[in-house]
Design a protein around this ligand. Structure first.
Ligand code: DGY
Length: 319
């Protein structure tokens, strides 16, 4: 039996690439640059399947130019905001993602950002590294304590819950907004709010864990930043689209926000150059899921979805 033709758009983990090469007639983009619209359109004529990352954009315009060969887009990501799902579905193309396997890694980065932002990690690192550390005083670099503080979580899906589990280790009082309340077993005492506004009012720390959709674009805007307690800390490991970045800067300048921890930006790669002047913003380059273990698990999950599809079963993560 001939193997399905598969295009892997980026340099996935070695274990993933080995398994893909064993089971598929695979072409790997070893150059590891994001696939362009033209490359994706051309691939739709040459391949039965694509494993893309969130760096490849399947917009309605791109999908409209597809040939008929492509049958499945098995994303190597949990987020699928880079895919126009209705357009792909209308072409009869199956789409899958990789939930679950990256929740802990992403929650770790959210914790790192929360602690780093609260405890002034950027200026602390800078002052030691630059040799400018020439005195000490009890008034020096006084941050905001995480232990026992109130944490608001917007979006209590898998990553939100993994983050809540880690935050419980810091004895945080957890409040959350989600489309539906969690069961008691899943909530572990976290307090449900039926509106975002109500969570904001009690969030000394706020962490965003919802998908980027038209409804959540600029979810954190000027009005909502103003609803946070004075001196709050905001963490975003979900998507840059959720935050109005000008409003975030204004909130920092006004003192409404003490600090922010960001792994995601409106413009990626690159981020927001206006943030660079602010040591109160602790930034990372979208590496929430970047651990060896998680990269293998994401790759294998994408391949599991492909295997199911090509053996006539419904992929576990079919969207
Ligand atoms: C995801 O899986 O959505 C992460 O942001 C990495 O792409």
């Amino acid at each position: 039996m001939t193997k399905p033709r598969l295009w892997i758009t980026r340099r996935l983990s070695d274990a993933t690439l080995e398994r893909a090469a064993r089971d598929y007639d695979v072409v790997i983009n070893h150059g590891d640059l994001p696939g362009t619209a033209d490359e994706i359109i051309a691939a739709s004529a040459e391949y039965d399947a694509i494993i893309p990352c969130h760096s490849e954009h399947f917009s309605a315009d791109v999908v409209a130019q597809f040939s008929d060969r492509l049958k499945i887009v098995a994303n190597h990501s949990v987020g699928v905001d880079h895919c126009d799902l209705p357009a792909l579905k209308a072409r009869g193309i199956a789409v899958t993602n990789t939930p679950d396997v990256l929740s802990d890694a992403t929650a770790e980065i959210a914790m790192l950002l929360m602690l780093g932002a609260a405890r002034l990690a950027v200026s602390g690192d800078r002052i030691v590294r630059s040799g400018a550390w020439d005195s000490w005083s009890p008034a020096f670099m006084v941050g905001k304590q995480v232990t026992g503080a109130r944490l608001g979580i917007i979006g209590m899906g898998r990553v939100g819950r993994a983050f809540a589990a880690k935050a419980r280790g810091f004895e945080m009082e957890i409040h959350y907004f989600n489309r539906t309340p969690l069961s008691q077993e899943q909530a572990h005492g976290a307090i449900y709010h039926d509106s975002i506004e109500s969570v904001l009012a009690v969030s000394d720390f706020l962490s965003l864990h919802c998908p980027a959709t038209p409804e959540t674009t600029n979810l954190m805007n000027a009005d909502r930043f103003a609803m946070l307690p004075e001196g709050a800390v905001v963490v975003n490991t979900a998507r840059g689209a959720l935050v109005d970045e000008d409003a975030l800067l204004d909130a920092l300048k006004s003192g409404r926000l003490a600090a922010a921890g960001l792994d995601c930006f409106k413009a990626e790669p690159g981020g927001n150059p206006a943030f660079a002047a602010h040591d109160t913003i602790f930034m990372l380059p979208h590496i929430g899921s970047a651990t060896r273990q998680t990269r293998d698990a994401m790759g294998f999950r994408a391949l599991d979805n492909l295997d199911a599809f090509f053996s006539g079963k419904t992929p576990g993560d079919l969207l």
